[in-house]
Design a protein around this ligand. Structure first.
Ligand SMILES: CC(C)(COP(=O)(O)OP(=O)(O)OC[C@H]1O[C@@H](n2cnc3c(N)ncnc32)[C@H](O)[C@@H]1OP(=O)(O)O)[C@@H](O)C(=O)NCCC(=O)NCCS
Length: 137
């Protein structure tokens, strides 16, 4: 079975609160909503490496949800680049929840998302010589 970290690793890219409108009919948060937060968070990193500022998600490796997300918990996504290709980059993204009442944090899932830097026509472009802006606000 996959090993999960005990503490978050990577840069904090998304921090939000799980709201009732993100629940399924059981009142639990949708896995798809969690995935979309992770995809947004990884995209924030990927765009910084794209010379055009554009990047698309091309693949998501299989993922498991090991803890649920409850309404009112804060949801944080952490991301780090683990491999650069010519135009692609693999970004490992973890999602953690913080429960305010219990004062505990738990990992929900982690996955590897692959993004490709593209030009204005949606064609892959090299990321080799991109000048990275590390001070994005
Ligand atoms: C991403 C996309 C531009 C790649 O186009 P392509 O013609 O396959 O380009 P290439 O074959 O030259 O591959 C480009 C890079 O993507 C990588 N790649 C392509 N398919 C991949 C896959 N399934 N998994 C991982 N990497 C992949 C290639 O390895 C290559 O990496 P490298 O440049 O670092 O060596 C194209 O597939 C696309 O537009 N897909 C849709 C993306 C999208 O809309 N995402 C949101 C969906 S809602």
């Amino acid at each position: 079975m996959k090993e999960y970290p005990k503490e978050p690793t990577g840069d904090l890219v998304i921090k939000t609160v799980a709201m009732p409108n993100n629940t399924n009919s059981n009142g639990d948060i949708f896995g798809g909503w969690v995935l979309s937060q992770m995809d947004l968070g990884g995209g924030i990193i990927a765009k910084t490496y794209s010379p055009s500022g554009r990047a698309v998600t091309v693949a998501i490796e299989s993922m498991a949800f090991i803890n649920p997300v409850k309404v009112g918990e804060s949801v944080s996504c952490y991301a780090k680049v683990i491999k650069f290709g010519r135009s692609s980059m693999k970004i490992e993204i973890e999602t953690w929840v913080y429960n305010y009442a219990a004062r505990t944090h738990k990992i929900v899932t982690s996955g590897i998302f692959t993004y490709v830097a593209v030009d204005e026509h949606g064609k892959p472009v090299s990321i080799k010589n991109t000048e990275i802006q590390h001070d994005i606000k």
